[in-house]
Design a protein around this ligand. Structure first.
Ligand code: NI
Length: 167
């Protein structure tokens, strides 16, 4: 297993649109294991392949308190959604920044698991938000891009300061 490097906003590569996985192979499973290890180590509750500069439609999520309920979604598709919710979100690609985004309260998602088997999952609350956030990454969208230009420019200033301090 390996810990992968997570791209940080405003890295242009985060705006890449991921391609569908044509076939789930051992290489796919190795990537998924590495993504999971990267997510747990960070630590975070979700990671999209886009964030580790692999532009394939794969996400991993674990919103459990025990960190042992890994969910893998390959080629995910939201087939139904309902309600509205606004929750504070964060992102491993935008360290130290948190803020609200309006999303559906519940989603039904269809995807393949790590064996290439199709499944359908009904999710609500935090899990539903997380699925939508990670699926946005696959479309090249980062959560701060829902915010106004003013709020986003404050985010960029804060991130630059943070990156400078790290050097
Ligand atoms: Ni994110």
């Amino acid at each position: 297993m390996a810990i992968l490097k997570i791209l940080e906003y405003p890295d242009e590569r985060l705006h890449t649109i991921a391609k569908a996985v044509p076939a789930v192979t051992d290489n796919t499973r190795t990537l998924i294991r590495d993504m999971a290890e990267t997510m747990y180590t960070a630590p975070g509750i979700g990671l999209a392949a886009t964030q580790v500069d692999v532009h394939q439609r794969i996400i991993v999520i674990d919103t459990s308190e025990t960190h042992d309920q890994l969910l893998t979604f390959i080629n995910p598709e939201i087939i139904a959604n309902s309600g509205e919710s606004e929750r504070e979100e964060g992102c491993l690609s935008v360290p130290g920044i948190y803020g609200k985004v309006r999303r559906a309260e519940a989603v039904t998602v269809k995807a393949l698991d790590s064996e290439g088997k199709e499944f359908v999952l009904d999710a609500s609350g935090l899990l539903a938000v997380c699925i939508q956030h990670e699926m946005d990454h696959l479309m090249g969208k980062v959560f701060v891009e829902y915010w106004s230009d003013l709020k986003r420019s404050r985010v960029l200033t804060k991130l630059k300061k943070r990156q400078r301090n790290r050097m």
